[in-house]
Design a protein around this ligand. Structure first.
Ligand code: NAD
Length: 480
């Protein structure tokens, strides 16, 4: 059975304890590889390796650093099929999604930041007759990057690439639920000739490896993506140590559909924004609000399309909905569906676990599920389920839907469907969400800031925001 290894000091190594955990393929429920059950000793080795490497990496000519990161991007592209298959097995996501979205985005992350650093400029401010102030940005040293299981390589590289590009060494931990693509990335980094100790990947559990990274005194910046409860725990450790902290957390995103929308476009995109990756994207719209004039028409058409969705083997190229990530997560989703019924909700599509025939008969699948009849106070409309479950509710006025949309503790993203651009702008400005999509969903320009409001996160990633996060700014003033 394949044994995943840690990547420390440029080498693939066993965990110090020699302990391993099972890695389960969610589509079959079977153990298919082993993952290091690392601890603080492995994190210490990673920090030691990063300490050794950091001076050379930070002072390397920028073109050379950029070329090495470009080489990693090239190798990801060259190995797209292998990575896509590995990620689909590890996560249960349809291989078409890994091929078309996750893996291309992982190489794009490296390419984007490799290009960004050679095109960066710095500002100077002239204070007349007195001085010239300029900003000197220096890497923080060693960055800690921790990522979740839903978009494994995509989010792992979204952190690692800007941290490395801006001259830091990195100690990173992918989710223990989906470690395989990060392991394969470490093999590609060795092939690319990334100097030893620049990137270190320690596999294992959050409370053991994750907390060892968060609390390590030599790691001054932490970039974390995951659940809000975990973010709270991380902040409680990192804040008293005055670490730089970027938290990208959960969401409960509204999808607002006005009467005057382009109906077919709104319908087709809502299907994607509800159920892509089995609803396990932090940006999926899980609360659908439809204006009264088209509510019945929309609901009928939407439910018909949801019922026609094929759930099946993630490795089949025609599958659009695969397995949810684990047995535990399947249980959580099914629990919320039962709760919705107790709260008075009506299941109008799906609502059950599902078992495809053949290879996947013991896998963890949930039917795409649509629930109506629940108001915003219900737990189903307040808590993040992170699965293929959406609620649909009617609304009458703009004011009413703004209040509904803003009624949760989350504020990650929102989608608005209308042909009235003045209204789109007005509603967009009134929503407390970090990203607002108007007549589209999941369109991202890597140069723009990304992050949530309220309990969806602190700080912004993407573009210059990420490069700035992983550096310290110094203001230098020269008398003239
Ligand atoms: P999670 O919080 O359980 O785990 C995320 C990572 O943190 C994993 O690597 C885990 O091992 C680690 N971890 C867990 N406990 C830790 C601790 N005490 N200290 C340090 N690290 C710890 O989240 P998950 O279940 O893997 O991912 C799903 C969540 O991620 C959802 O809430 C989703 O909305 C969120 N998410 C947010 C974004 C965003 O950009 N805002 C993107 C993707 C996912």
């Amino acid at each position: 059975m394949k044994k995943i290894k840690n990547y420390i000091g440029g080498k693939l190594v066993e965990p110090v304890s020699s302990k391993y955990m099972d890695n389960i393929e969610p589509a079959t429920g079977e153990v298919y590889s082993l993952i290091p059950d690392s601890d603080e000793k492995d994190v210490q080795l990673a920090v030691d390796a990063a300490e050794k490497a950091r001076h050379e990496w930070a002072t390397m000519p920028i073109e050379k650093r950029s070329a090495l990161l470009m080489k990693v991007a090239d190798l990801i592209d060259e190995n797209l099929e292998m990575l896509a298959k590995a990620e689909s097995i590890d996560n249960g996501k349809p291989i078409s999604l890994s091929r078309e979205v996750d893996i291309p985005r992982a190489s794009a992350n490296f390419r984007f930041y490799a290009a960004a650093i050679v095109n960066q400029s710095t500002q100077a401010h002239i204070t007349a007759d007195k001085g010239v102030n300029y900003t000197l940005r220096e890497p923080v040293g060693i960055a800690g990057c921790i990522s979740p299981w839903n978009l494994p390589l995509y989010l792992f590289t979204w952190k690692i690439a800007p941290a490395l590009a801006s001259g830091n060494c990195v100690v990173a931990k992918p989710s223990e639920i989906t470690p395989m693509s990060a392991f394969l990335l470490s093999e590609l980094c060795i092939k690319a000739g990334l100097p030893a100790g620049v990137l270190n990947i320690v596999h294992g559990l959050g409370p053991k490896v994750g907390e060892a990274i968060i609390s390590h005194p030599n790691i001054p910046a932490i970039s974390f993506t995951g659940g809000t409860a975990t973010g709270k725990r991380i902040a409680s450790i990192a804040a008293p140590m005055f670490k730089k902290l970027s938290l990208e957390l959960g969401g409960k995103n509204p999808n607002i559909i006005f009467d005057d929308c382009d109906f077919e476009d709104a319908l087709a995109t809502t299907l994607r924004s509800s159920f892509s990756n089995q609803g396990q994207i932090c940006l999926c719209g899980s609360r659908i609000y439809v204006q009264k004039g088209i509510y019945d028409k929309f609901l009928d058409a939407f439910v018909a399309k949801v019922k026609a969705m094929k759930v099946g083997d993630p490795l089949d190229s025609t599958t659009k909905t695969g397995a949810v990530v684990s047995a535990q997560h399947q249980e959580k989703i099914l629990h919320y569906i039962s709760l919705a019924q107790l709260e008075g909700g009506k299941i109008v599509a799906g609502g059950n676990a599902f078992n495809p025939k053949g290879r996947c008969r013991n896998g963890y699948f949930v039917q795409p599920t649509v629930i109506t009849g629940l108001d915003e106070s219900c737990r189903i409309n307040q808590e993040e389920i992170f699965g293929p479950v959406v609620t649909v509710q009617p609304f009458e006025t703009e004011e009413e839907v703004i209040a509904l949309a803003n009624s949760t503790n989350y504020g990650l993203s929102a989608t608005i469907w209308t042909q009235n651009l003045t209204r789109a702008h007005r509603v967009g400005a009134a929503l407390k969400s970090g990203i607002i999509w108007i007549n589209c969903w999941l369109v991202r320009d890597l140069r723009t800031p990304f992050g949530g409001m309220k309990q969806s996160g602190v700080g912004r990633e993407g573009g210059d925001d990420a490069l700035n996060f992983f550096t310290e700014a110094k203001n230098i003033c020269i008398k003239v």
